[in-house]
Structures are given as C-alpha cells and as structure tokens.
Design a protein. Structure first.
Length: 167
C-alpha cells in the first residue's frame, strides 16, 4: 500500500501495483517522495523533470549560502606602532568583507614569562576594532600563543551601538 499524491482528488491510499499501472498508463514515472511515512508517499510525475527541479533547487540554496572564512593575523608582544596599525587595517578589511579574524600573539623564548604584554596587545586590537567587530572568543593562552577571535557585527548591532553613542 502507498499513498498516491497529486492524482485528481487529493491523496489516496492504494496498492503499489495499481499506482504503478496508473503511472504506466499516463507514460510517466512513479516517484517515492517520502519513504519514511507509513504508508510511503508516492507521486506520478516525469522523473527527469523532477530530478532537474531538485538539482536546480540545490544550486539556488548553494548560491544563497555565505561562506565565512577565518583569517589569521599573527602579532608579537613587542610589536611596533606602525606594524600594529598595519595589521589592524588588514583585519578591518577582512571583517568588512564578512570574515572572522583570529589574532595570535606569538611568544619566543623567555618572552612567554611576560604574557601580560600579549594580553595588552589583544586588548589594544579589541579597542581599535570595536566599531566593526565583536569578540567571539576572549583572549586565551594556548602554549606559547595567546589567541582571540573577532567576528563582524551585524547591521542591527552597529545601529544599536550608534544610537547608544548618540545618547
């Protein structure tokens, strides 16, 4: 027994052989739409047209997806002002393109003893980009590195911040 849909008169539960016979009489295919239901749902349609429509819908869905990449910017705890500004400028470009940015402060040798300098660098980055990005993961120490991930703000979040600043 199968549930035949799309036939004149709405869905009807009929034997599988009868559904196959109706499809053959019309010169079309019997396509299983929902196999997990009880009884399974089938439809009499042109299978090649059905397959084409499925592929077309899949392509449309893929077009509408936005791929977000995570760009990484590496910093040092003793970074110079100009280098810092240059890295922040690049990060701003990445964020405005809609990508997330992972900031990594790398320590060499005994620099790791002064991890507070690394946290200060990341705090400066956060302040420099607070108008376009939000901190997704707070600065955390991982071995000889300190990492922080920033994500772009939505338009609504930017508007809310502007209204808050205007008050």
């Amino acid at each position: 027994m199968v549930r035949l849909v799309g036939e004149d008169g709405g869905p009807q539960v009929i034997p599988l052989q009868e559904a196959l016979q109706k499809a053959q009489d019309k010169g079309l295919d019997l396509v299983e739409i929902s196999p997990n239901q009880d009884p399974p749902v089938v439809k009499i349609i042109d299978y090649s047209k059905f397959k084409f429509e499925q592929i077309k819908k899949a392509k449309e869905a893929k077009k509408k997806q936005k791929v977000i990449q995570v760009k990484e910017i590496k910093l040092r705890p003793s970074i110079d002002l100009h280098d810092f500004q240059h890295k922040v400028r690049h990060a701003r470009e990445f964020i405005e393109e809609g990508n997330k940015v992972k900031f990594t402060v790398m320590f060499r040798g005994r620099e790791v003893v002064h991890s507070d300098l690394g946290f200060k660098v990341l705090e400066d980055v956060k302040q420099a980009l607070e108008d376009v990005a939000l901190v997704e993961t707070n600065p955390s120490k991982e071995g000889r590195n300190i990492t922080m991930i920033m994500a772009p703000m939505s338009a609504a979040q930017k508007k809310r911040i502007q209204e808050h600043n205007n008050q």
